[in-house]
Design a protein around this ligand. Structure first.
Ligand SMILES: [Zn+2]
Length: 366
């Protein structure tokens, strides 16, 4: 009876006459949404009980108050509390050995969000606090990805980049401002994220990835065995997607791709080694130019990049990452990728099927 519960704060409440059941003359309706809507049969005590269930009083204290005010037994009140708990309407008091009180206050709205689909949202927050996500590239996509993961309280972020901040980055790279131009992206990103969420551990690795071996060289700097997920958002050099694909696949780390092509935002596929297709399943289209003029033109290539598309792509990939880290339902980005078309405001899924002859994940490698 010392436990404290509170009615989930997102419930809006209406009180109707329940003429069918004389014992319970009230029909208390909570929530409007299809997922949230609940109805509870109640008597004169029910509304008072719901009003007292604000998380500040123990069940014993509430029973004491209501039994005196309404002249009913504590056992009857407790039965109603039990029914409310069973209906998923109440949240237990947030207790955590991992998270501080300040963190619990900080994540309050996220905890409320998790409570829509889980009985003890604090476990979700703790899972995120224990998770590690590495982000390859903290530019247009990666800076938003890191920011969103920091919002959610993912406990350890590893950022990998070697670029310096340019004025043309400021339209879309959320972690940088005009006074940062010329500075190292890693240095500024790490400081900004640590300042934004001091409860997470942000590690920056300033390293130019120019070949597969460069990824291997990062190994001594961080414990790759402890990485739960990698998000690949670097766009140069062109082969970096395949290096990361091979690197993470060999180490059995799940990973996702996020980027854009002209007016399309592209999210995925998410690769879970030994389960889904990998990037190598599709034929690689890498441009190697021997002709000097062609190479010179190719070297000038600059992809168009639009801030809001960077933002939406990053949100999609982070949402899927969070669901994976929390062990929720299977991602929609396995064996397919999502595209967002700016002109049509349309989301489509493109198949990215497993190729039985894939040199990396195909049958002969089983
Ligand atoms: Zn494959």
């Amino acid at each position: 009876m010392r436990e404290r519960f509170q009615l989930k704060k997102f419930y809006r409440i209406s009180d109707y006459q329940n003429s069918n059941v004389s014992e319970f003359p009230h029909l208390v309706s909570l929530g409007y949404d299809e997922i949230l809507a609940k109805q509870v049969q109640g008597n004169d005590v029910t509304l008072s009980l719901l009003a007292h269930l604000d998380g500040t009083k123990s069940l014993g204290e509430i029973c004491d108050i209501l039994s005196k005010a309404h002249k009913i037994s504590e056992a009857e009140i407790f039965l109603q509390v039990r029914a409310l708990i069973d209906a998923g309407l109440l949240l237990p008091e947030h207790k955590s050995e991992l998270l501080s009180t300040e963190e619990i206050i900080r994540y309050d709205r996220h905890l409320l969000f998790y409570s829509i689909f889980t009985e003890n949202p604090i476990w979700h927050q703790e899972k995120l606090a224990k998770a590690t996500v590495a982000i390859l590239g903290v530019g247009g996509i990666g800076s938003w990805v890191a920011y969103n993961l920091a919002c959610c309280g993912v406990g350890r972020l590893i950022l990998i980049d070697s670029d310096f901040i340019e004025t043309s980055n400021l339209t879309r790279q959320i972690l940088y401002g005009p006074s940062d131009v010329g500075k190292s992206k890693i240095e500024v990103a790490v400081n900004r994220l640590r300042n934004f969420n001091p409860f997470i551990n942000v590690i920056g690795i300033e390293k130019k990835i120019q070949n597969y071996g460069d990824l291997d060289e990062i190994l001594p700097e961080i414990d790759f065995a402890g990485i739960d997920f990698i998000i690949q958002s670097a766009d140069k050099p062109e082969k970096i997607h395949f290096w990361l694909d091979e690197f993470a696949y060999r180490r059995k780390i799940s990973y996702a791709f996020a980027g854009y092509i002209e007016i399309l935002g592209v999210v995925g596929p998410i690769v879970i080694p030994d389960k889904t297709s990998c990037l190598m399943c599709a034929e690689a289209k890498i441009h190697d130019f021997e002709n000097a003029d062609l190479k010179a033109i190719q070297d000038r290539f600059q992809a168009p990049s639009f801030g809001p598309i960077n933002s939406i792509v990053s949100s999609f990939v982070v949402l899927e990452t969070i669901k994976l880290l929390l062990g929720m339902e299977e991602s929609q980005l396995l064996n397919q990728r999502l595209t967002y078309n700016f002109l049509k405001n349309q989301i489509d899924y493109e198949p990215y099927p497993k190729n039985p002859n894939c040199t990396q994940c195909g049958r002969k490698n089983d």
